[in-house]
Design a binder for this molecule. Structure first.
Ligand code: SAH
Length: 480
């Protein structure tokens, strides 16, 4: 069966929903949302519908269905669980030439309610004529992922300036080029950044020129999360879908890179060439060069770009050089590793604060105020801590953190090969050695780390305490 697609203006029109349960409630809500005047007909209403009737947002027609309810209605939805009653509603509506929909009954329905992706005023409706609702839902989910949430604002803006655009570009080819610029250029990023006025001004400036302004390149600093592709944000995925060039760190997994636009150029800036990693200045220059050539650059970094990712330096450099930038946060290793190890970073009686720190960096852990870190009740999430685990442990112990403070080492957090090793602070260096902990790994120090013993739900759990040689244990128990 082939249907005729239709978007209906329902403002102020009376419509009827037959049924008083949760399905009727959903249908009534969508119709109210579109501005219709909704009557709900049923002997009884569920609590929420009853509250809406009292509030006056819907009208309640109390009682058993009678065809007279249809008088004056523009359309009706039958949403009871009584198949015969639904069919009777549809038949009575047909007689009166009123469009009827019967929930979950395509054969009885004169119109269908599609699955929708709402970026109003842009609205995408999906129908399989009732043949495969699950597929319609699947298509909807896909579109939800790819359609930017700022598109609604773009459509509103274009609508407001439509007359101007048509006047300025009377010839069709010119108008099409202008719209291409509007859809692909710098206006949408401004709308995403909640800067409507600037976006509108840019559009007006562009209308003054003879041709749409040339594409200016841009850079999006994107957090790719800890490795698990499911932890990518929707905004990160959209940036990858539109990127011309992806400059990525080594930590970013192949699965995530595969999600970038197929013909995007991928450059590994984390690769060690002849034993040396690309210098930060070189990465800066590369981003700038690609942006200046008018490309959409994604700078893809592990975790969150602003947590031990040098994202701050990159943003400052790009802005200093006048490059348009956006930042998309990512799930940082601390929250990801904790979640995947069953360790709540804060926990009512055990931890009231969390500290993200690195034992690496310009001055190493010497620069840290370890005094504060020695306190009970604070969870420490240590990035890049494995290499300096001896010094770190010694300092924490020397500053009063108890030798039996629980610790967890999360190696390859969120990845299939994840390993969580639990023990206590005094034996942390021994745990790292005994279990040959590799990279990347995050150290969690604090009372909450013990939760992994009970609540680890992903990958492999090793109770390291039981496995560290007794000699190593006594040796490490002496604070350095
Ligand atoms: N910007 C990143 C951190 C980069 S520093 C973020 O927000 O997560 C690199 C350090 O992060 C590693 O040495 C390790 O300590 C930690 N790390 C990153 N990914 C990790 C993972 N999947 N599992 C465990 N630790 C990880």
């Amino acid at each position: 069966m082939k249907l005729y697609p239709l978007f209906a203006d329902m403002h102020g029109l009376p419509v009827l929903v037959v049924g008083g349960g949760s399905v009727a409630r959903r249908k009534a809500a969508a119709l109210c949302d579109a501005g219709a005047r909704v009557t709900v007909g049923a002997p009884r209403l569920d609590d929420e519908l009853a509250a809406q009737a009292v509030a006056g947002t819907i009208h309640w027609q109390r009682g058993e269905f009678a065809p007279g309810w249809l008088d004056g209605m523009w359309l009706v939805i039958a949403a009871t669980d009584d198949h015969a009653l639904n069919a009777a509603v549809a038949a009575a509506a047909d007689e009166r030439r009123i469009f009827a929909n019967v929930v979950d009954d395509a054969a009885c329905s004169r119109f269908h309610v599609p699955a929708v992706v709402d970026r109003s005023p842009l609205m995408v409706a999906i129908s399989t004529a009732g043949a495969a609702p699950a597929l319609a839902r699947r298509v909807r989910e896909t579109l939800e992922r790819v359609l930017d949430h700022a598109l609604g604002a773009l459509v509103t803006l274009a609508q407001r300036q439509r007359a101007q655009i048509v006047r300025r570009h009377e010839n069709l080819a010119g108008r099409r080029a202008f719209y291409d610029w509007l859809h692909d250029g710098p206006v949408l990023p401004l709308l995403r950044a909640a800067r409507e006025q600037e976006a509108e001004q840019l559009l007006l400036d562009a209308l003054c020129g003879d041709e749409p302004p040339p594409y200016k390149g841009s850079v999006v600093l994107v957090g790719a999360g800890p490795g698990h592709p499911g932890l990518l944000t929707l905004q990160a995925l959209r940036a990858l879908h539109t990127a011309d060039v992806v400059l990525h760190d080594q930590l970013v997994s192949g699965e995530i890179l595969a999600m970038a636009r197929r013909d995007a150029e991928r450059i590994d800036v984390g690769k060690r060439c002849g034993g040396r990693q690309m210098a930060q200045e070189q990465i800066h220059r590369l981003m700038l060069a690609h942006a200046r050539e008018g490309r959409r650059v994604v700078r893809l970094k592990g975790g969150d770009p602003f947590v031990f990712g040098r994202g701050g330096e990159e943003l400052a450099f790009l802005r200093r050089h006048g490059v348009a930038c956006e930042v998309v946060p990512g799930v940082t290793a601390a929250t990801a590793c904790a979640a995947f190890a069953g360790i709540p970073l804060t926990h009512r009686d055990q931890a009231q604060s969390v500290c993200l720190l690195t034992a690496h960096g310009k001055a190493g852990s010497d620069a840290l105020d370890v005094q504060a870190l020695g306190q009970r009740g604070q969870t420490l999430a240590v990035y890049m801590g494995v290499e300096r685990v001896d010094a770190l442990t010694a300092r924490l112990l020397a500053h009063g953190r108890a030798a039996d403070t629980p610790v967890a080492i999360v190696e390859n957090g969120s990845l299939p090969q994840q390993r969580v090793i639990v023990g206590v602070l005094a034996e942390l260096p021994a745990l790292v050695k005994t279990h040959a902990v590799g990279s990347p790994a995050l150290l969690i120090v604090g009372e909450v780390a013990a939760c992994a013993r009970e609540h680890a739900w992903f990958g492999e759990l090793v109770d390291g305490h039981a496995e560290v040689a007794p000699a190593a244990r006594t040796m490490q128990m002496e604070p350095a």
